[in-house]
Design a binder for this molecule. Structure first.
Ligand code: HAM
Length: 418
C-alpha cells in the first residue's frame, strides 16, 4: 500500500510552496522591522506547561493535545500554541532580567487534534510575536498594527479586526458572577449550564440561534471594566486610530485560550467559510507568574500562515515568485556541458538563480524544461558555439535570441537580472 501523509496535515510543494513561504515572510517582516528578535522553540514541551498555561477548561487542552510519554516516562505534548513556550523560555533563561519589554517572534508548526476541514488542520503553521514585561497600551497598539501590516503587505483587503477588552483580575471576577447570575435565570440545557459553570464567557460564543436569542440582554465585560482597564482600552483605541488601523468592537469575543486579559483581538476573513480566523492574540497579565516567573504582563499574537495563504488564494492574489530560477542553461555536447557546469557556479556566486538541463537532453526537450522552470532567460551552448567563444542567449518571454560572447555573458545577465 502506498503511504499517505497523516490526516489533517497540509503539505506545500512547488510551485505553491513559493506562495506559502512568501506569506510566512510577509507576516514576520513587520515584527522584524520593529525590534523583535527571533526565538526557536522546542516543538514539544512538558505537558503540564500547556495545562497550566493555556487552561484546563479550553478545548485545546482538554480535547486536542497530542500527548505521549517519552522513554523515561515523562509526559510530553506537541506544542498546540506558542505563547506558553515563549514565556517558559523567558523565565528559564532570565530574558526578562534585561531591558523590557522582551520582544520575540517565532514561526513554525503547532499541533491540535481537531476534526480536519478546509482551513482547519492538525498540523497548523503560525507566525507569532510576544512582547513581555510592560503594560503600555502603545505596545498593544503596536502588536495589533504589526499583524495588520503583514496582511496588508500581501494585498489582502477582505478581512476585519475584531477588538475587545476582557478586563483583569480586578474586574473580571465581579463580571463573571454577574454573567453567571444572568445565565442562571435562563432556560438553558444541562450541557450549556455545565459549560457556564466552567467558564461562563464561553456561553456568549454559543453559535446556536436559540441560545443567541436568549443572550440579548446579557451583561458584557466592556460595560463592567474597572477604571484602570477602561482607561487602558481607551488608550489602545486612541493609538490604533492614530495608526490608521480600523476595528470593530466585538464585546462577545471569546478566545479559545484562557490566559487573556484586557486587550484581545481577532482578524477575521470573509472568504474562508467556517474557519474564518486568520489570526488572533491579546494581553496575558497573569501568565508569567502562573508559570513561576515574575509578575510581568505580556501581549502577543499568532497569525495562521495556512489560513492567510488560503485567504490570498480566495482573493485571487498572486504572492511569491513561483519561478525556480532566472536563467536556464542548456548544454548541447560534452565540452559545452563542462563549460555550463562552471558557468552555473559563477552565475550563482554572483547571486543569479540558475538551473541546468541535466541528462544530456536534446534541444527540444531541454527547452521545455527551460519553460517549466519559470526562467526569464535560456542560454544554449553547443560545442560549436564554444569553439567560437559564443553562446545563444534567448529571452523566454519575447523569444528573441542573440549570439553573445561568452566572456560578456556573466556581466550581461547580471545587468539584466540584478
Ligand atoms: P489561536 O487563536 O489559538 O491563538 O491561534 C492563532 C491562529 O492560528 C488562528 O487565528 C488561526 O489562524 C490559526 N489556527 C489555529 N488553529 C488552527 C487550525 N487547527 N488549523 C489552521 N489554522 C489554525 C494562539 O495560538 C495564541 N498563542 C496567539 C497568541 C500569541 N496570543 C498571545 N500571544
Amino acid at each position: 500500500m502506498a503511504f499517505q501523509a497523516p490526516k489533517g496535515v497540509p503539505e506545500y510543494f512547488p510551485p505553491d510552496s513559493a506562495a506559502f513561504l512568501a506569506v510566512r515572510d510577509a507576516l514576520s517582516a513587520p515584527a522584524r522591522r520593529a525590534g523583535y528578535g527571533y526565538i526557536e522553540l522546542p516543538v514539544f514541551e512538558e505537558t503540564a506547561l500547556f495545562v497550566r498555561g493555556v487552561g484546563e477548561s479550553t478545548d485545546v487542552v482538554s480535547k486536542e493535545m497530542y500527548t505521549f510519554d517519552d522513554r523515561g516516562g515523562r509526559s510530553l505534548t506537541l506544542r498546540p500554541e506558542g505563547t506558553a513556550g515563549v514565556v517558559r523560555a523567558v523565565i528559564e533563561h532570565g530574558l526578562d532580567r534585561g531591558q523590557l519589554p522582551v520582544k520575540l517572534w517565532y514561526a513554525g508548526p503547532f499541533f491540535r487534534a481537531e476534526r480536519p476541514q478546509h482551513g482547519r488542520y492538525r498540523q497548523l503553521q503560525q507566525v507569532g510575536v510576544e512582547a513581555i514585561g510592560l503594560d503600555d497600551p502603545a505596545l498593544d497598539a503596536e502588536v495589533v498594527q504589526l499583524a495588520d501590516a503583514g496582511y496588508r503587505s500581501l494585498g489582502l483587503t477582505g478581512y476585519r479586526l475584531e477588538l475587545t477588552s476582557l478586563g483583569d483580575a480586578a474586574c473580571r471576577p465581579a463580571y463573571r458572577a454577574l454573567l453567571l447570575d444572568f445565565l442562571g435565570r435562563l432556560d438553558l440545557d444541562e450541557a450549556t449550564r455545565q459549560r457556564a459553570q466552567l467558564n461562563p464567557l464561553r456561553v456568549l460564543d454559543d453559535k446556536r440561534p436559540e441560545v443567541q436569542a436568549l443572550l440579548g440582554d446579557a451583561p458584557l465585560m466592556v460595560d463592567h471594566l474597572c477604571s484602570a482597564c477602561a482607561a487602558h482600552y481607551d488608550e489602545v483605541r486612541r493609538h490604533l486610530a492614530a495608526l490608521g488601523v480600523a476595528w470593530t468592537e466585538a464585546p462577545r469575543m471569546v478566545r479559545g485560550l484562557d490566559y487573556y486579559t484586557r486587550t484581545t483581538f481577532e482578524f477575521v476573513h470573509d472568504g474562508l467559510g467556517a474557519q474564518s480566523g486568520i489570526g488572533g492574540g491579546g494581553r496575558y497579565d497573569g501568565l508569567m507568574s502562573s508559570l513561576g516567573g515574575q509578575s510581568l504582563s505580556g501581549i502577543g499574537f499568532g497569525l495562521g500562515t495556512d489560513r492567510t495563504y488560503l485567504a490570498c488564494l480566495a482573493e485571487g492574489l498572486s504572492v511569491g515568485d513561483a519561478a525556480r530560477c532566472d536563467v536556464f542553461l542548456v548544454p548541447l555536447g560534452g565540452g559545452a556541458k563542462d563549460a555550463v557546469v562552471v558557468l552555473a557556479g559563477q552565475l550563482r556566486s554572483a547571486g543569479v538563480r540558475v538551473d541546468i538541463a541535466y541528462g544530456d537532453r536534446a534541444l527540444k526537450g531541454a527547452m521545455k524544461g527551460a519553460d517549466r522552470s519559470g526562467a526569464s532567460y535560456a542560454v544554449v551552448l553547443g560545442d560549436r558555439d564554444l569553439d567560437a567563444g559564443e553562446a545563444q542567449l534567448k529571452d523566454l518571454r519575447t523569444h528573441e535570441q542573440d549570439a553573445v560572447p561568452l566572456i560578456d555573458l556573466l556581466d550581461l545577465l547580471k545587468g539584466k537580472l540584478l
